[in-house]
Write a protein that binds this ligand. Structure first.
Ligand code: DQA
Length: 147
């Protein structure tokens, strides 16, 4: 299986950005964790980050065209982007929404996700481990669908 691990706005600053909320792990550290897990699963990983909504739309479409799965931390676009939601539902790619922080323990505007209804499921609050759990989840879903 191929899995696109997509990161939205401000996640390039992980490790420096609000470390009391997001911890000291960088996105490069997270990529290493994800690649280690991918190796044990036999999955190929496309690990990408963009601050631009349209770029994320392009990558979601690319994942769909390749028959890949998606693990996405859409950052703040989670709470605002109809474009990402439409891209996910249109792509047909099995998608797992993830967050580093427990968004439900935070401000009210983070409790609503526009992409959760078109995702297989949501994982949040486990820090960098949310990515690893998300990868396992989407890999499992794809294996089941292939059977
Ligand atoms: C986040 C949670 C979002 O609400 C926030 O806008 C982010 C990061 C997380 O991983 O905890 O940028 O997606």
């Amino acid at each position: 299986t191929t899995v696109f691990v997509l990161n939205g706005p401000n996640l390039n600053l992980l490790g420096r950005r609000e470390p009391h909320v997001y911890g000291s792990t960088t996105l490069a550290d997270i990529e290493t964790l994800v690649r280690e897990k991918a190796e044990t699963l036999g999955a190929a990983i496309m690990f990408r980050q963009s601050n631009h909504e349209g770029q994320l739309v392009d990558w979601i479409q690319e994942a769909g065209a390749q028959g890949a799965g998606i693990v996405i931390n859409a950052g703040a676009y989670t709470h605002t982007s109809i474009a990402l939601r439409d891209a996910i539902s249109g792509s047909g790619a099995p998608t797992v929404e993830i967050h580093i922080s427990n968004v439900h323990a935070r401000e009210g505007f983070r409790h609503r996700s526009l992409i959760a209804p078109v995702s297989v499921g949501v994982i949040c609050g486990f820090g960098p481990m949310s990515y690893v759990l998300g990868l396992e989840a989407v890999h499992q879903v794809m294996a089941e669908r292939a059977r």
